[in-house]
Design a protein around this ligand. Sequence first.
Ligand code: ADP
Ligand code: MG
Length: 282
Amino acid sequence: MITAREITVRYGSTLALDATDLAVPSGRTVGLIGPNGSGKSTMLRAILRAVRTEDGTVLIDDDPIEALSPVQRAQRLAVVAQEEPSGLPLTAWDSVLLGRSPHISGWSSYRAEDEHAAEDSMRRAGVLHLASRSIDELSGGERQRVLIARALAQGAHHLLLDEPTNHLDVRYQHDILSLVQDLPLTTVVVLHDLNLAARYCDELVLLHEGTAVARGAPAQVLTPEVLTPVYGIDVRRLDIDGVPQLVFSPRRRRPQVEPIHHDDDVHSSMEAAPPERSGAIR
Ligand code: ADP
Ligand code: MG
């Protein structure tokens, strides 16, 4: 399991996380949601110790993260960061094999078991056929699956993903998240799309300005009462096959007044300026 307790992170004068908790039971998938800048990526960085925390503790299973060496951390915790071109002339196979680095000592080369792990992971992520392709010429969805294969090859039981579905078409969004959901790993996934979060996460934690303002099953967190004040948008919820699905619309700023029509007014009202739209940006 992953336990982050009372994590406080400050970037200069910005308080990015304010004594925030996150707990992920073994084998579960917790979705971290919240508006831009609410502290989601910072929470992942705090778990990884990739940012200095002012306060708080992080446990991987029962071990404080500080007690683990960098190699031990990589054996326990894999990361799929936000999509970025590598700029390196790597094939998909090379890239996945790199995930084995924490399992080989010094400068020794990869062993047969590393190659088996890489092949098995690529098969599970559905990218074995891309093995010889250059990573930078893959589509966003293909590259994302290769990065997941690399995380799997790493053999860690804990997985952190930061917006893994960004820029992917709807089919790939669902493909990637069903893959993640089926993995028997303890997972934190940062998601923007609340409808994907509803479908693929066991639990959600909603961050707002560095604080967790709601947590629980998707059906508990994804309600208009919880979401509207945080996102500043009107939300309607439908439940489809037991999964909450949300429809968003701009918040109405003032009550709408029905226009008064007179029959002999039709012509002039058609020429009149269109009525102001509610929620228009000024
Ligand atoms: P999210 O991932 O939810 O969009 P972040 O965790 O990236 O949010 O950011 C939380 C807050 O910290 C934001 O106000 C952001 O501008 C700020 N922040 C993030 N990274 C840095 C950084 N490296 N330096 C300064 N401020 C940062
Ligand atoms: Mg982020």
